[in-house]
Write a new protein. Structure first.
Length: 162
């Protein structure tokens, strides 16, 4: 049941990321048309595009951790005995979980510290810049925990996009 929840959450992140990518394309296109066709650059388009890039990349990164799409050193794991490989994989997932927790916590603190400041061109809080990595850190920790449970049970985590 936990794996189904994580898979559904990862698929939701992918869908939100694709929607964000579509909005990013629209924002950049609007900015380019405004600048070169109408000679009137919309001030909000660049800030919105940067914010959308943060959300899209952070959600994609979290899903990449769940689906094991991140960079890894497979050659060493292939050469060691099975029981050593399992222990090394557990250690890797525990370190990634720790990274996710630290990332979520510190980015959450950053978001909280700048909550009262506004992005001038968008009129929204500066915290919106730090919420994507905070959310991604929490998702990374959750998905790493899923991998740890699966390894302890002798299972593999199925990618969300299957």
């Amino acid at each position: 049941m936990f794996t189904r929840f994580c898979a559904a959450l990862a698929r939701l992140c992918l869908k939100v990321g694709v929607a964000g990518l579509g909005l990013l394309i629209v924002a950049v296109l609007y900015q380019v048309v405004g600048r070169y066709v109408f000679n009137n650059t919309p001030t909000w388009a660049e800030s919105a595009a940067v914010l959308l890039v943060l959300y899209v990349t952070m959600l994609g990164m979290a899903v990449g951790v769940r689906d094991a799409g991140h960079i890894g050193l497979e050659s060493l794991l292939v050469m060691v005995p099975e029981r050593v490989r399992i222990k090394m994989e557990l250690l890797i997932h525990m370190l990634v979980l720790l990274f996710g927790v630290v990332m979520a916590y510190n980015c959450g603190l950053l978001a909280q510290s700048v909550w009262s400041y506004k992005i001038p061109t968008l009129g929204v809080s500066e915290a919106f810049k730090y919420l994507p990595p905070a959310m991604a850190g929490a998702l990374i920790a959750l998905f790493s925990f899923e991998h740890i449970l699966a390894n302890l049970q002798g299972h593999e985590v199925e990618p969300a996009w299957h």
